[in-house]
Design a protein around this ligand. Structure first.
Ligand code: KG4
Ligand code: ZN
Length: 352
C-alpha cells in the first residue's frame, strides 16, 4: 500500500512498551499532539513496573488518549495517512495492547502500518525539535529502562547497537539508591536535588566497566549494580556505627560516578567512530550534572549535543509517529499486518 499525498504525511504513533500509554500525531516533522497517560502511580507500592498492571492500564487508557490526541491535533482519524506503533523491545503484554490497537486502526481506516523499534524512535524524535538528524549521529539513551549507545548512520535503515547495560539501567540505579537514602520515587530528580548541596568528591564510588581489561570486552557497555551495592554498603556501615548519613554527599558522589562513566563512554564512542553529533534521550537526560559534564567534555572534544525537550525524551507516542513519518517520507515499505509484538526485538532492527 503506498501513500499518495502531496502534503506531508499525517502520522499517528502509538507507544505502549512500558508504563506510558502514548499517542502522538505529527504532520511530517511538525508535532500536532502528544498525549501521555502514565500508570507509574499504580506501580509505586510494588517498587517497579508490574507487567500485568501496565497492560491493563494501557487497555483502559488507549481510547481516551486516542480521542484526546485527535482533539488536540484538530484532526479526524480518517485524515491520518499512516499508523506507527512500537512493536518492541518492551513488556510483551504491554506491547500487545498498542500493537492490537494499531492493527485495528490500520484495517478500519485502510491505512499502512509501520511497526517500529522503541529505541530508534527515542533517537528519531529529535527531528521534531532540532531538524533532520546529522548522518551519522551517536545516540545515548539513558532512562529507567535503557542505557544504550547507538551508532546511527541512517535512522531509517541503519542503527547499530554499540553498548548496553549488563545489569541495571542507569535510571534504575538512581531509583534504587534513592530508596537506600530514604528519598521518594522516582529517585532521579530527588538525588539530583539532594546532590546540589553535596560534595561529588566526598566518597570515591566505583566506576563500572572502566578498567583497561573491562574496556577490551565491554568498551561501550555499562554496569551500575556494583555501584549500587557499594553505596548500599557505605550507608549501612555508617548506620551500624550509629553515625548520621550525609545524604547530600552520598547523592552527589553517586551521581558523579554515574555521569562520569556515561559521559566518558559517550565521548569515547564518538571519537572512535569519528562522529561529531551526540543525541541524548531518556528521562535521565534531565539530570543537571549529566548535562553539565556532557557540555564540558563534548565541548572539549568538538562534539555537538542535541537533547530534545523533556516531554519528548521520556516515553511518548510522538517519537513513534516521528519515526513513522520519516519512514513514510523515505519511501520505506510498511510492515505486514501480521507483524508481531517482539519483547526482545534486536536493537539494530528499525522496523518489525
Ligand atoms: O524515560 P523515563 O521517564 O521512563 C522510563 O524509563 O520508564 O525515565 C525515568 C527515569 C527514572 O529512573 C528517573 O529516576 C530518571 O529517569 N530521572 C532522572 C532525573 N529525572 C528523571 N535521573 C537522574 N536525574 C534526573 N534529574
Ligand atoms: Zn524508552
Amino acid at each position: 500500500m503506498s501513500i499518495t499525498t502531496t502534503r506531508e504525511p499525517l502520522v499517528l504513533g502509538i507507544e505502549s512498551s512500558c508504563d506510558e500509554t502514548g499517542i502522538g500525531i505529527v504532520r511530517g516533522t511538525t508535532l500536532l499532539a502528544n498525549e501521555v497517560a502514565s500508570s507509574m502511580d499504580l506501580h509505586v507500592r510494588f517498587g517497579g513496573v508490574v507487567p500485568e498492571i501496565a497492560s491493563r492500564a494501557h487497555l483502559e487508557a488507549m481510547l481516551p488518549s486516542l480521542r484526546r490526541a485527535c482533539d488536540t491535533a484538530g484532526v479526524k482519524l480518517t485524515d491520518v495517512d499512516a499508523i506507527a506503533v512500537t512493536v518492541g523491545p518492551g513488556l510483551a503484554g504491554a506491547l500487545m495492547v498498542g500493537v492490537a490497537a494499531a492493527k485495528a486502526l490500520s484495517v478500519a481506516l485502510d491505512k499502512p502500518l509501520y511497526g517500529v523499534n522503541h529505541l530508534a524512535a527515542h533517537v528519531a524524535v529529535d527531528i521534531l525539535d532540532h531538524g533532520p538528524l546529522p548522518e551519522p549521529t551517536m545516540g545515548l539513551l539513558v532512562s529507567g529502562g535503557h542505557t544504550n549507545l547507538l551508532y546511527v548512520p541512517d535512522i531509517a535503515t541503519d542503527v547499530r547497537s554499540l553498548g548496553n547495560t549488563i545489569d541495571d539501567a542507569c535510571g534504575e540505579a538512581f531509583d534504587k539508591v534513592a530508596r537506600v537514602l530514604g528519598l521518594p520515587y522516582p529517585g532521579g530528580p530527588n538525588i539530583d536535588r539532594a546532590a546540589q548541596g553535596g560534595d561529588p568528591k566526598a566518597i570515591a564510588f566505583p566506576r563500572g566497566l572502566s578498567t583497561k581489561k573491562d574496556l577490551e570486552k565491554h568498551r561501550y557497555d555499562f554496569s551500575f549494580s556494583g555501584l549500587k551495592t557499594s553505596v548500599t554498603r557505605w550507608v549501612a556501615t555508617r548506620e551500624a556505627a550509629g553515625e548520621p548519613v550525609p545524604v547530600a554527599d552520598v547523592a552527589a558522589s553517586f551521581q558523579e560516578a554515574v555521569v562520569d562513566i556515561i559521559t566518558k563512554k559517550a565521548v569515547m564512542a564518538c571519537r572512535d567512530y569519528e562522529c561529531n553529533n551526540l543525541m541524548v534521550g531518556g528521562g535521565v537526560s534531565a539530570n543537571s550534572r549529566l548535562r553539565a559534564l556532557l557540555e564540558e567534555r563534548c565541548g572539549k572534544a568538538g562534539i555537538a549535543i542535541r537533547v530534545p525537550k523533556l516531554s519528548l525524551c521520556t516515553d511518548n507516542g510522538a517519537m513513534v509517529a516521528t519515526l513513522g513519518a520519516h519512514l513514510v517520507a523515505k519511501g520505506i515499505e510498511p510492515s505486514a499486518l501480521d507483524v508481531p509484538a517482539d519483547s526482545s526485538m534486536p536493537i539494530g532492527q528499525v522496523m518489525g
